[in-house]
Each structure stands twice: as structure tokens, then as C-alpha cells.
Ligand binder design. Structure first.
Ligand SMILES: [Zn+2]
Length: 384
């Protein structure tokens, strides 16, 4: 593409994004905001209208003696994104439109760690979702896949996922070849962190999300014009060299004392039982649970969170994941040990929050990444 073509694409992209963020918006306001000429705005808006990505409606103008002016808005159902969330227990497929409204959602159980079987399952469910929504490949901007573990986002490879025992798996290539739709890969906790940052107050510049269920994931994000962050395998910080064996093959990782798995083991050992997670939740509603082992786990979580605060000093530290089902049992000990272990100067600077968004944070964060990465391609199609 020549220089002129490149500039044209950037201009259309800027105008579309402005309509998306500020719409309903008039052409005049677009000229003011973008500093483009009236002719440039008019031409590019015409392209977006013809492509069906934008619509216009006549509304009473606030100026010009009551003359009606045209206001432009993005057509929510003109393009879609798919968010695929994969955990050792569940596979969820969520279809979202340009306004990031969920238009279809499906969750199925995962009962194996064999990647060939899981990949087949993802492909089948994706196929069903797209067919069910009667979407053409062109209407889908992209598919985002979130998994726990270390990933190479540029290459679309799962480098290492302790939860699944997978190494060097080129998952995006496998999926994009099958569907002819661009696919991106993201760490699950990082996607959740993006989702939380979007909903956080504007003055939150740095947010760390710690997702605790069978494992512990961590996403660190910064506010900016573009999505920017990193995922870390926080659960595998060694806190006790002689501790229990971890899923990563080493001993004494934070995950062995601060995850849901640790919580289950601690309570079962105190009761002399082998209850499942669901059994424990039922028991907690009926009779309550032994206090001491739960406090110990809450304390271990709080200590680790204090380390995170000491190292990264984020504005907000969000705790999410299945562990929230046990929140009432662990919160006091968690906050107490956080307070004791965080550096005094950071005590009032780092806020600990419990996620109110749950799974939707990952879905919305993933959709935001898909939108940012593949919007360019959608716009390029308009210009063809
Ligand atoms: Zn480990």
C-alpha cells in the first residue's frame, strides 16, 4: 500500500473510532475533533455508511435555529467479536457485537487435558455459535482466546500452561486456518485485568488483577491510549522451599498455600474428609466451616498480595476467581495479613478490591483486545 493509501486508512480508522466513542455525533463535531477537512470527513463517512458500519439519524440540532442535523452512530450489529475462555473445567464461547453487547453465550464442561480433544471441542462450539447466529466470516472481526499460562501473544503460541500441562502449542494458527478469521491469544488474567481497568475510576492508572481458583493468575495493566500490560505467573513464586509439590513440578509455590486447591486440602484435612468444592460450599451454608484452616489460607493470600503491592505498588489490586465463593471465610484474615505485611508507606496507597465483574471481566477484556487488534482489518475491507 502506498503512502496515500496508508493515510486514507488511518483517517477512516480515526473517524470510525471517534464515532464509536462519541456517537451520536455530527460531521461538524468530527471535523473539530479530528482536525480533518470537511471534505475528508464527508468522504470517509460516506464510505462507512455504504459499508453499513455507521448509520445516521436526523435529530434536533442544539444550534442553527432549530435546524435538524444528522448524527452518526456505529451500527452495533454490523460486526462481531468472539471471546473464547478456556479453563481446565470449562470452555465458554461468547459472541459480542461492536457495542460489546453479548448476543450469544455458551459454556460447556471440559473433561480432559488432551489438547487435540479440546481443540476439536473449541472448533465444534465455535462453528455452532457462528452458524447459530447466522454470521458470515466477514462479519466476525476476530476471535480472542484466553487461557491460563505463559503465552507468546505475537506468535499466538501457548508456551507453557501448568494447568493443562501444555507446551509450545500454536493454537491461533490451528484455529485461524480452520475458520478463515483472525485469532489472537491472551493470558486469561491479563484479559481480566483489562476488563477491570475499563470499569475502574478514570484516575486508576495501574491495576493488578490476581485471579485465584485452582491456580493463581496475574495481570498487570496500565491506562493509556492503547491496551498495555503483562501477565505473570505469580502463583509460582516459591514461598516455602520445603513446601508441598506444585503443579509446575517444584515445591512450595504460593499456589500450594493460597489457591482454592490449598483451601480445599486444608479444610478436608481439619475435618478428616475428602469433600469436593461444591460439598464444602453446601456445608458452609448448613453448618459453617472450621475457622482455623480457612484463616490460614486467607493469611497466605494476604501475604502474597502484600508482596505484589510492595513490588508493583499498583493503585488497585483486584482479587477475583472462584475463591470469592469463600470470601466471607477468608476476607478478614486476608486483609489483616495484607496490612501487616505491606510496607507502611504503601498501606493507604494500594487499595484491595474483590471483583464484582467475575467472568465478564475476561470476556470484555478479550473483546477489547480483539477490537484493538483487528479493527484495522475491518476498516481495510471498507476501503477495498
Ligand atoms: Zn509452581
Amino acid at each position: 500500500m502506498g503512502n496515500a493509501g496508508y493515510i486514507k486508512r488511518i483517517n477512516v480508522l480515526t473517524i470510525f473510532e471517534m464515532i464509536h466513542k462519541r456517537g451520536p455525533i455530527s460531521r461538524k463535531e468530527l471535523v473539530e475533533l479530528t482536525q480533518y477537512s470537511g471534505a475528508t470527513v464527508t468522504n470517509h463517512v460516506k464510505r462507512l455508511l455504504a459499508a453499513g458500519l455507521v448509520s445516521e439519524s436526523k435529530e434536533d440540532g442544539s444550534t442553527g435555529g432549530g435546524r435538524k442535523q444528522s448524527l452518526l452512530s456505529v451500527v452495533p450489529n454490523s460486526a462481531y467479536m468472539v471471546a473464547v475462555g478456556l479453563s481446565p473445567q470449562r470452555l465458554s464461547i461468547v459472541l459480542l457485537n461492536l457495542a460489546r453487547e453479548i448476543t450469544a453465550k455458551k459454556t460447556v464442561q471440559v473433561t480432559t487435558k488432551d489438547y487435540r480433544v479440546i481443540l476439536e471441542q473449541i472448533q465444534r462450539e465455535l462453528e455452532e455459535t457462528l452458524t447459530g447466529a447466522q454470521l458470515t466470516r466477514q462479519q466476525v472481526m476476530g476471535i480472542g482466546v484466553a487461557v491460563p499460562g505463559i503465552i507468546d501473544q505475537k506468535k499466538g503460541i501457548i508456551e507453557y500452561s501448568p494447568s493443562f500441562g501444555w507446551m509450545s502449542l500454536p493454537i491461533t494458527e490451528m484455529l485461524s486456518e480452520r475458520f478463515g478469521i483472525p485469532v489472537l491469544l491472551e493470558n486469561e488474567a491479563l484479559a481480566s485485568a483489562f476488563g477491570h481497568l475499563e470499569k475502574a475510576p478514570r484516575d486508576t492508572e495501574h491495576l493488578v488483577y490476581v485471579g485465584i481458583d485452582e491456580r493463581i493468575g496475574c495481570g498487570m495493566v496500565f491506562r493509556g491510549d492503547q491496551l498495555y500490560g503483562r501477565a505473570g505467573e505469580l502463583g509460582h513464586i516459591v514461598v516455602d522451599r520445603d513446601g508441598l509439590e506444585c503443579s509446575c513440578g517444584r515445591r512450595g509455590c504460593w499456589e500450594t498455600v493460597a489457591s482454592e486447591k490449598a483451601l480445599l486440602a486444608a479444610v478436608n484435612s481439619a475435618l478428616g474428609t475428602e469433600l469436593s468444592r461444591e460439598d464444602l460450599l453446601a456445608l458452609s451454608r448448613e453448618k459453617g466451616l472450621p475457622v482455623e484452616p480457612l484463616e490460614k489460607v486467607g493469611c497466605s493470600i494476604g501475604m502474597g498480595l502484600a508482596d505484589v503491592a510492595n513490588i508493583l505498588s499498583p493503585d488497585v489490586l483486584v482479587v477475583g476467581g472462584g475463591i470469592l465463593d469463600f470470601r466471607a471465610h477468608i476476607e478478614y484474615a486476608l486483609r489483616e495479613s495484607f496490612f501487616q505485611n505491606v510496607l507502611p508507606a504503601l498501606r493507604n496507597r494500594v487499595t484491595i478490591e474483590f471483583s464484582k465483574l467475575n467472568d465478564s471481566a475476561c470476556v470484555q477484556g478479550l473483546a477489547a483486545v480483539v477490537y484493538e487488534r483487528f479493527l484495522d482489518r475491518l476498516i481495510a475491507e471498507v476501503l477495498e
